[in-house]
Design a protein around this ligand. Structure first.
Ligand SMILES: NC(=O)c1ccc[n+]([C@@H]2O[C@H](COP(=O)([O-])OP(=O)(O)OC[C@H]3O[C@@H](n4cnc5c(N)ncnc54)[C@H](OP(=O)(O)O)[C@@H]3O)[C@@H](O)[C@H]2O)c1
Length: 339
């Protein structure tokens, strides 16, 4: 195991970057020094790190000299340009953007699902972390996969934090404007007004009617579970909550799971917190914000499928386990076993 690593975090002032920094401190990650790399907007600003102040520096092509582990939390364009440079400079790169998720030479990893894939990280020096939706579904469906998953139908209810810090500000501003009876005064950040609304479009609409996000989630999940033929349809809906997301899932499998069997599996599964107390307990996004677990509830039979299927509900903090915690868990395993 490496002792103290030199680390870089690209995008330290964003929602995910800030959460990564907080988790590194909380989980006592063996970090020697941490290089914070941002844009002209934030370079020079100070960030509190383990009780001391660190300055954000400008991301440049030379910024990764001497870095052993680099978190990229700045979007696919930045990852496409700088992650290969960081890897060439010798860093193990963990990218949370969509840029490399479907690249066949780059492992897409959720430790609870396919930790063995991390062994392939050296091929390109980069590990990809999935979208929050694919991470949540991967943790739960990975636990149930032994039943032989055949078809999955998902509806998501996604808070605005999964679209970044400006989206959080936009929901806040729209809500204030509407409560003050001023109407929505600026161009909506989402496809439609988000305050007091639900928008069935996450990402751009593609020919055929699905969105880029929905199509990507299907492919990410197939890669994560190593089930290229998995039948799957996703409808992603943006809802006016800040942090947290939830998912309604209908599942058909080769050998019927049944609610009792699935409950027994999910109770033991790593990373999952099952809400199954009598009297109807279930998790909601607001209640699970800040939690490390993927929360599951409302596990029940679906008698409308042949053979009978399963229905369940998932809630998680999409910035935390959905993204930052998954990246930090990957880093912990790399630091322990590979660096
Ligand atoms: N939010 C989620 O729940 C979630 C879930 C899964 C995946 N992700 C992915 O995580 C990444 C970050 O998301 P976020 O929610 O943290 O977004 P965000 O709050 O908008 O933050 C984006 C960060 O990227 C930085 N950045 C942008 N362009 C840059 C450049 N050219 N050079 C250096 N830094 C640059 C920004 O720097 P400045 O601060 O200097 O402007 C900012 O800190 C995205 O790829 C997103 O798709 C997010």
């Amino acid at each position: 195991m490496a002792t103290e690593l030199t680390i870089a975090v690209v995008g330290p002032a964003g929602l995910v970057g800030r959460e990564i920094l907080e988790l590194l401190g909380q989980r006592q990650f063996p970090a020697g020094s941490i290089r914070l790399l941002g844009t002209h907007r934030t370079a020079g600003a100070e960030v509190e790190l383990a009780g001391r102040k660190e300055k954000i520096a400008l991301l440049t092509p030379q910024a990764f000299d001497g870095v052993e582990l680099a978190f990229f939390a700045a979007g696919p364009g930045v990852a496409g340009e700088h992650a290969p440079r960081a890897a060439a400079a010798g860093a193990a790169v963990i990218d949370v953007s969509s840029r490399f998720r479907l690249d066949p030479e780059i492992p897409l990893v959720v430790p609870e699902v396919n930790v063995g894939k991390l062994g392939e990280w050296r091929e390109r020096g980069i590990v990809a972390s999935p979208s929050g939706t694919a991470t949540a579904l991967g943790v739960v469906l990975g636990a149930l996969a032994a039943a032989g998953l055949r078809r999955v139908v998902v509806s998501s209810y996604q808070g605005v934090a999964s679209a970044g810090r400006r989206a959080v500000g936009a929901l806040s501003q729209e809500t204030i404007d509407l409560l003050n009876a001023r109407g929505v005064r600026r161009r909506p950040r989402f496809a439609r007004r988000i305050a007091f609304n639900c928008v069935p479009q996450v990402g751009a609409l593609e020919p055929g009617g699905s969105t880029t996000h929905e199509l990507l989630v299907v492919e990410e999940l197939r890669k994560l579970l190593d089930r290229p033929g998995l039948g799957m349809s996703v409808t992603a809906v943006r809802v006016p909550i800040f942090f947290g997301s939830a998912f309604s899932v209908n599942l058909e499998s080769e050998s019927p799971l049944g609610a009792a069997g699935a409950t027994a599996i999910l109770q033991r599964a790593p990373g999952i917190l099952l809400h199954d107390e009598p009297g109807g307990s279930y998790p909601t996004p607001a209640e699970v914000a800040g939690s490390d677990a993927t929360h599951v509830g409302r596990v029940r039979d679906d008698p409308s499928a042949e053979p009978p299927g399963l229905m369940l509900w998932i809630a998680l903090d999409n910035v935390r386990k959905g993204t930052a915690l998954n990246a930090v868990q990957i880093a912990e395993i790399l630091a322990r076993d590979h660096l």
